[in-house]
Write a protein that binds this ligand. Structure first.
Ligand SMILES: [Zn+2]
Length: 70
C-alpha cells in the first residue's frame, strides 16, 4: 500500500500533530479529545505514545511519528 506522501508532509497536519502532543502532555488538557479521525495511543513500532491518524479508508491507523500502520 502506497503511503500518501503529500498528506504526511502537509505542514498543517504536522502542526496539528505537534499541538495535539502538547495538549496531551498538559494534565489539564488531557481530557480533550484528539481531532476527528485521530487518536493518541502507544505505538509498538517506535515505542512511544504518538498521534495516530485514521486513513481515508477507515481501516488503518497510521502513527504520525514513525509512519507505522497499525
Ligand atoms: Zn510509531
Amino acid at each position: 500500500m502506497a503511503l500518501a506522501r503529500e498528506e504526511l508532509s502537509d505542514p498543517l497536519l504536522y502542526q496539528r500533530y505537534l499541538r495535539a502532543l502538547r495538549q496531551y502532555k498538559d494534565p489539564q488538557e488531557e481530557q480533550l479529545e484528539p481531532s476527528p479521525g485521530h487518536v493518541i495511543r502507544f505505538c509498538h513500532n517506535c515505542g512511544q505514545r504518538a498521534m495516530f491518524r485514521l486513513d481515508p479508508e477507515g481501516i488503518w491507523y497510521e502513527c504520525l511519528h514513525c509512519k507505522h500502520l497499525d
